[in-house]
Design a protein around this ligand. Structure first.
Ligand SMILES: Nc1ncnc2c1ncn2[C@@H]1O[C@H](COP(=O)(O)OP(=O)(O)O)[C@@H](O)[C@H]1O
Ligand SMILES: [Mg+2]
Length: 216
């Protein structure tokens, strides 16, 4: 299973989502690899700042040819997660070509939803010739105890792109764990953030294994 985590906007949680999904799948016994396709190399930095070896390797590949190289690099891995770059469209396109599914992290503000139009357009373009491609929004940094606002729901509805049912809230545990090259599954394995991450991993799994709905 190859999953690209993409959004042309920076700071929406691509790297956080990628590393946490990777940790969740590794925790459930799957062979996982992370491809860091961002020239800034945040996932590589995360791996380098760890003391203990991670449960999955992180490989830097910020190239427009990554879809050609991944099959060779991924070897026998069950799950390959691609952490996408902001802006660079060529690399995002290549990540889409490499993936079975694209997860688009968005923060629950209408502005953030609107700024996802670029990546949604890229996915739509790709889906024309890659019918099996699936893509969905993943809500990140929801404020604890609040519902998604009407304005955000309306902005999301304009796209006709599914929204994964598992949301991740704004929690300091994410930023704290990142600083130590860890995930919340390690720092607070029984905490709420860890529970949300496992819920997201399950939602992504269900989403990627459902057949693509064909227009009637
Ligand atoms: N759910 C969350 N709660 C708190 N902080 C978060 C959350 N998701 C991401 N962050 C923080 O937001 C910043 C940007 O996230 P990052 O994953 O690097 O975004 P991107 O890869 O899209 O640029 C980081 O400092 C990260 O720790
Ligand atoms: Mg990043």
């Amino acid at each position: 299973m190859r999953i690209a985590v993409l959004n042309q906007k920076g700071g929406v949680g691509k790297t956080t989502t990628t590393l946490h999904l990777a940790a969740a799948y590794a925790e459930s016994g799957e062979r996982v690899m992370v491809i860091d396709a961002d020239p800034q190399g945040s996932a590589l930095d995360w791996a380098a700042s760890r003391e203990a070896e991670a449960a999955f390797p992180v490989i830097g590949l910020p190239k427009e040819t990554l879809h050609k190289e991944i099959p060779r690099i991924a070897g026998d891995k069950d799950v390959v997660l691609i952490d996408g770059p902001p802006r660079v469209t060529g690399v995002a396109r290549s990540a889409i070509m490499a993936a079975k599914a694209v997860i688009i992290p968005v923060q629950p503000s209408p502005y953030d939803v609107w700024s996802a139009s670029e990546i949604v357009d890229l996915c739509r373009e790709a889906a024309v010739f890659k019918e099996s491609l699936k893509y969905a929004f993943a809500i990140n940094r929801k404020i604890v105890g609040t519902a998604i606002g009407r304005d955000v729901e309306d902005a999301l509805a304009d796209y006709d792109v599914p929204v994964l049912p598992a949301h991740v809230c704004q929690r300091v545990a994410f930023a704290e764990s990142a600083g130590a090259g860890q995930t919340v599954l390690e720092t607070e394995p029984n905490g709420t953030a860890a529970r949300e991450v496992r819920g997201l991993a399950q939602a992504v799994r269900e989403f990627t294994t459902q057949p693509v709905e064909k227009p009637a």
